[in-house]
Every structure is written in C-alpha cells, then in structure tokens.
Design a protein around this ligand. Structure first.
Ligand SMILES: C[S@@+](CC[C@H](N)C(=O)[O-])C[C@H]1O[C@@H](n2cnc3c(N)ncnc32)[C@H](O)[C@@H]1O
Length: 391
C-alpha cells in the first residue's frame, strides 16, 4: 500500500507562543520552505522522510503535524465524513493502536471528548470497511497520534509525526524543582549572543541542567532528541527503520568535539547537581559539562568570550518574592564583579524582581513559560559597566 506521505504534504510545526520566529529560522536552515508563520507555529511542507528529519533536528518545535485533509464542518457528521474520507488504511496498521488529540472550538459541538470519539470512529470505521478489522484506540499518545483541529466551521486533520511533544527529549529522567521546558531552553539559548563553536557557556543556578545540557548538545551538534527512541511516525504504515537509521548515521557524522572547559553548570543544591549530572549522562554530554555545587556567586568564570546564563527562582513556582529581591541584587553584583567581558542573561517571569539587578538590560526578549509572561534579559558586561546608570 503506497503511503500518502510519500509525496510532500502541508506540515504545521507547532511551538510555544513567541518562539515561531526562532523555529522558522531552524526550519529554513534545514532546507524546508517557510510557507507561513503563525503565532505558535510554522507551516512548511514535507514527505514522511522530511518529517523524520524535522523531528530529529528541530530544537525549538513541539510537534510536526502532517496535514491529511482540510474542509468545512458545521456538524459532527460533517466532521465524520471529512475524516472518514482520508485513506487511513494506507497510514495506520489495522492491528495497531492510535489516539486522537484535538483543539476544538466550534459552536457545532460543546464536548471536546465527543469530537475526539467521533473522529476516532471515522478512522476506525474506514479501516474496518477496507481491511475487515479495526485498530485499537485510546488516550495513550506513545503510538500513532492523530490531531484534529476544528475551529468554527474550519476543520483540518493531521497525523502527528512526533507523537509525544518534542520537548520530551528522552534525557530528563531526573527533574529537579521547576525545570524549564526543553524546547523553551533551546529557544532561550538561540536568542543569546553565544557562539556554540567556542564561546563559554556558564550556567549558575542550573537546577536539573536543562540550559547547560541543551547548550552542550548544540555545541556538539547532537540533535536534542538523540536519546529519544519513540516518535509517532514509527507507528505508521510504511515507516522505514533503515531511512531513520541513515538519518541518524548522517547526523552522527557531524558531531563535533568540544573543549571540556566550555560549559559549566553550578547550583547551591547537591540534589540539583545530582539531577543535572544524571540528565547530562542520559543526554550523552556529561563529559563536556563541568559541574560544581556552590552559591551562584562562587561559580568559576574563566577569561574568554561567552555567556553567563541564570534562570533564578521568580516566585511563581519557587521562592518568596521579598527574599528573592536580595538574590537578584546579588546577581547584579556578580555580573559586575566577576563577569566582565561576557554577556549576562537572566530568564525570569518577574519583571519587578529583574529591576533589583540594578543594571540596564541591553535587550529584553519576550517568552512565555507555559502561560507566564517571561523575559530573557541581556546585560553586556564590559569593563566600566559598574558606572552605567542603573534602572
Ligand atoms: C528555577 S530553578 C532553575 C531551573 C533550571 N533552569 C532547570 O531547567 O531545571 C532555580 C535554581 O536555582 C538554585 N538556587 C537558588 N538559590 C541559589 C543560590 N544562591 N546559588 C546557586 N543556586 C541557587 C535552586 O537550587 C534551583 O535549582
């Protein structure tokens, strides 16, 4: 059976809000056309092999969705007919398993679960009518995943080639308190003035090590999902394990050597350091990160170009705001006293606390951490910056 994904189909790559421009750069750098940029995604086109490549190499995307059909639906029956018209028998094994996830906002239906169920029936009925057997379905998203987007009378149906979101890299098996989502960490690093080939990356307050590990993966040119062994596309008909292996082999040929002193991660908590070390080992980059348990202000900052990046607590999930004011003041002092010649970065969701740093940011880059309005603040620490007017 020839898969409809052997020819290029429209692909929507989703990402958190405010990250689409960075994602678009990544997609274009991989050689895929940018058809449109949305607030939380990028449209391109790709075959099944292209989708595998996107899943392997993107660092900032969340899901690679391959569109199978698009149309109008003003009732559950309209949606059923639209979904039932897709050649599912060429995509999903009749003895396999699939789940449906959705974004539904239409007056035609007031219960998302009902929309998902109707969509599942349309798929399973189609396969049974062609193959005499219906695949299992349920809420487990670790196998084949179908994504239904139904807003107003506009309905699109995608196969989710990622399955689980790409932020799940497969290496953070020991999270510490309030870890950053991995693709957000990658986008934050991409926004820094950091030369991944040679620049120092110093990450005090590393927590579970997300920033340092993502940076180490970039420096070594290892795909962020290298440690992950399961993707949605692996559960589709026609999935070629050989093609996947050859994409991985090609990627492996471009891994780079990294100077062992390039990346440093420290934290005041020994449990955080234990978790960061463990996660770095899972990611295959433990050997290139120097870990130390210490107060952030004691972090060794060697001479040379590079960045010092902190994600301090900001009172949303961790820390008491009043106590944190003094910590932010100390970060300002640390930047001024120990980080001359570097770019300093603070990622925070509390802009009042950020003012306590007492330095004027050169750039303020907007992000969302889930639904928290956050900023990546950039400070250029050149000699004499102590004399700059404070905010
Ligand atoms: C918001 S968490 C960082 C999360 C991290 N970005 C991640 O993805 O896991 C803040 C971290 O700062 C650490 N921390 C708090 N006060 C510190 C201090 N004075 N010196 C060093 N680390 C500190 C905490 O132990 C915690 O791990």
């Amino acid at each position: 059976m020839d898969s409809p994904l052997n020819t290029a189909v429209p692909v929507l790559i989703t990402c958190p809000l405010r990250m689409a421009a960075i994602l678009a750069e990544e997609v274009a750098a991989l050689g895929f056309p940018i058809i449109r940029q949305h607030p939380a995604g990028v449209e391109t086109e790709a075959t099944a092999v292209g989708a595998m490549q996107l899943n392997l190499h993107l660092r900032t995307g969340t899901r690679v969705l391959m569109r199978l059909t698009i149309g109008r639906a003003n009732s559950p029956d309209d949606m059923y007919r639209l979904v039932n018209g897709v050649e599912w028998e060429s995509l999903l094994p009749d003895n396999g398993y699939f789940s449906v996830i959705s974004s539904v906002d239409t007056p035609s239906i007031d219960n998302t679960m009902y929309a998902n169920m109707k969509c599942k029936d349309a798929i399973a009925d189609r396969i049974r009518s062609r193959c005499g057997k219906r695949p299992d379905s349920g809420s487990d998203t670790s196998k084949a995943v179908v994504f239904l987007y139904w807003h107003g009378s506009f309905c699109s149906v995608y196969v989710d080639s990622s399955g689980e979101p790409l932020s799940k890299r497969g290496w953070r098996t020991m999270p510490f308190a309030a870890p950053m989502r991995e693709n957000l960490a990658a986008a934050v690093i991409r926004s820094m003035r950091w030369n991944s080939a040679s620049g120092l990356f110093i990450n005090p307050m590393c927590g579970s090590g997300t920033l340092a590990i993502e940076a180490a993966l970039m420096a070594r040119n290892i795909p962020s999902v290298w440690a992950r062994s399961n993707f949605g596309f692996m559960h589709l008909r026609g999935f070629s394990r050989n093609q996947w292996k050859s994409l991985r082999t090609n990627a492996e040929h471009t891994f780079c050597d990294v100077n062992p002193g390039q990346i440093t991660a420290t934290d005041i908590s020994s449990r955080a350091i234990e978790s960061a070390r463990h996660n770095a080992e899972m990611a295959g980059v433990k050997d290139i990160i120097r870990f130390a348990k210490c107060d952030f202000a004691e972090t060794p900052v060697p001479l040379g170009d590079g960045v010092v990046a902190l994600n301090p607590e900001y009172g949303e999930r961790l820390g008491i705001v009043e106590e944190l004011e003094a910590e932010y003041r100390r970060i300002g002092d640390f930047f001024k006293q120990k980080c001359i010649g570097k770019f300093g970065y603070i990622f925070t969701g509390n802009l009042d606390l950020a003012k306590c740093v007492g330095l004027r940011p050169k750039r303020r880059i907007e992000f969302f951490n889930a639904d928290i309005d956050c900023r990546l603040l950039e400070y250029e620490m050149y000699a004499g910056s102590k004399k700059r007017p404070s905010e």
